[in-house]
Design a protein around this ligand. Sequence first.
Ligand SMILES: NC(=O)c1ccc[n+]([C@@H]2O[C@H](COP(=O)([O-])OP(=O)(O)OC[C@H]3O[C@@H](n4cnc5c(N)ncnc54)[C@H](OP(=O)(O)O)[C@@H]3O)[C@@H](O)[C@H]2O)c1
Length: 257
Amino acid sequence: MEKLLGKIVLITGASSGIGEACAYAFAEEGANVIITARRLERLNNLEKDLKEKYNIKVLTYQLDVRNKDKVFEFVNNLPKEWKKIDILINNAGLGRGLEKFYEDNHDSWDEMIDTNVKGLLYVTKAVIPRMVERKSGHIINIGSIAGHEAYSKGAIYCATKHAVSAITKSLRMDVLDKNIRVSSVDPGMVETEFSNVRFYGDTERAKNVYKGITPLTGKDIAEAVIFVATRPAYANINEMIIMPSVQANTFMTYREE
Ligand SMILES: NC(=O)c1ccc[n+]([C@@H]2O[C@H](COP(=O)([O-])OP(=O)(O)OC[C@H]3O[C@@H](n4cnc5c(N)ncnc54)[C@H](OP(=O)(O)O)[C@@H]3O)[C@@H](O)[C@H]2O)c1
């Protein structure tokens, strides 16, 4: 797809799931990708594979989006040929626990808020000045259906994704005259490492989340992101909700026995 050929795409949380799938999808279209996350070994393997398969340029950087100083240092000191970020995919994020508010382990709350909300803000704030200067760019946030409806036992995660939705909408207004597009892709259940992380490595509990259903895959979401990124310059997908066919909303899913 010529629209993405040679473009520079920065992806946060590229070491697994949706972020990793986005790295493959953009690389396949000939974009050059900056892949970031905390797990460097995974990123190094991904870089090697992307270069071998797609003959594109890859810049790998170990980045915890919660580290404000490091985020700005990284973006401000990008090598010259990587400075012009065309597309930012704010994907890094996580849920922790699934408990009633009054029984929840509040130690996890900071982690979710710091990653899903503050991390997204830092990366966006670091990247956007050059987009404003150039009057071009596209920011695509990975939100969630949890940013549209709340569900029981998910107050904090839902709050963070509602925040992503609000940031997406407000930012879009702020850059309306700057030729910068702001979109969100908001999935329902996607089978990634998400539930494993949410349940602190309890793989049985994680597997049960997808029991009796066909969930979405990271690749499904990456394809949606590519669609959003390749609309003509005069068109913007404000938000795209994408769900497994058997998931009606956050609390109603049809499962086969
Ligand atoms: N799976 C779903 O059902 C679903 C549904 C709706 C929305 N989402 C959203 O989709 C996004 C991606 O999740 P996923 O499903 O692909 O889960 P995943 O497989 O667990 O991937 C999460 C990614 O985020 C990165 N990450 C987490 N904390 C980070 C931090 N502090 N700094 C930098 N990177 C960090 C992880 O990398 P490291 O651990 O290496 O840092 C990993 O690459 C998240 O924002 C999530 O909320 C997921």
